[in-house]
Design a protein around this ligand. Structure first.
Ligand code: MF3
Ligand code: CO
Ligand code: CO
Length: 277
């Protein structure tokens, strides 16, 4: 099946919801504290999403019970908010997906990994490699490039830094459908791969592990952990291919507390600081 090309009006709709999802992630970042529970994060996301005029896309999605995914340390993705407290030294990924029914039901999907208090050098390493993996993936997007160029760029970088790239979960096409074609691999695969065209919308969301790339799903049928229980980090943006490159639809108008602020001034040129026009 062909990859959907969005019209300019549809891209406008994606811009609106992308910005709202980004604002929700910023709001959570402003309220993170050592000792709060992942359920507290869920409450923050739920209230802020609704106040923005959106609906949390994960709530009830294929039976997922909460409004956000919270993935701590060895949890790769799809962690379910509960009574677990954020402890000093944790890294936690917070993954927000909003639907904006008022704009014909477009989805915006974005996540970041946060440093809770003082994080070990290993925790910081895997988090910074994940942050730059997303940046390099975004930099590979332009009309005429191949979809697989994204994963190739990410894998070469992340493995060069001694980390591994999760294979079982990928980025995805996104518009009025949460998870559509194409699957956006974060590792390189030989063989044919579609050419990118202006108007294609998808997420890039590399999951980077400190140890091996293998993962397990826990008995709750959602929580994905590294098989060797080493740390894992992830960042995600929703993007659209433009005539000249791409536009980050979930770009943030300011730096994320507990993450980008802690990462240092060299983050200046990141696309996450370049809000959509
Ligand atoms: N937001 C996740 C993604 O990036 C999907 C979460 S689906 C859920 O694709 F059901 F686990 F919430
Ligand atoms: Co996604
Ligand atoms: Co997501």
């Amino acid at each position: 099946m062909a990859i959907k090309i969005l019209t300019p009006a549809e891209i406008d709709g994606m811009r609106v919801v992308g910005r709202l999802a980004a604002e929700t992630l910023l709001h959570v970042a402003d309220h993170l504290e050592v000792g709060m529970t992942t359920q507290d994060i869920d409450d923050l996301v739920h209230k802020h999403t609704i106040a923005s005029g959106c609906t949390p896309a994960t709530l009830g999605y294929r039976g997922f019970p909460k409004s956000v995914c919270t993935s701590i340390n060895e949890v790769v993705c799809h962690g379910i908010p509960d009574k677990t407290k954020l402890r000093d030294g944790d890294i936690v990924n917070i993954d927000v997906t909003s639907i904006f029914p008022a704009k014909n039901g477009f989805f915006g999907d974005t996540s970041a990994t946060f440093y809770i208090g003082g994080v070990s050098p290993m925790g910081r390493h895997v988090t910074e490699v994940a942050r730059w993996s997303l940046e390099l993936g975004i930099a590979a997007v332009r009309p005429g490039a191949r979809l697989n160029d994204i994963g190739h760029a990410i894998q070469a970088y992340a493995e060069g830094k001694g980390c591994s790239v999760v294979r079982d979960y990928t980025g995805h096409g996104i518009h009025r459908v949460f998870h559509d074609e194409p699957s956006v691999l974060h590792y390189g695969r030989l063989g044919p791969s579609p050419k990118l065209k202006a108007g294609m919308c998808f997420t890039i969301e590399p999951m980077i592990n400190l140890g091996g790339y293998q993962v397990d799903v826990l008995a709750d049928k959602w929580t994905v952990v590294t098989s060797d229980r080493t740390l894992s980090a992830q960042f995600e943006h929703t993007i659209v291919v433009t005539e000249t490159g791409c536009e980050v639809l979930t770009a943030r108008p300011r730096a994320l507390r507990w993450s980008e602020d802690a990462a240092g001034a060299r983050l200046g040129p990141l696309s996450c600081f370049t809000p959509a026009p």
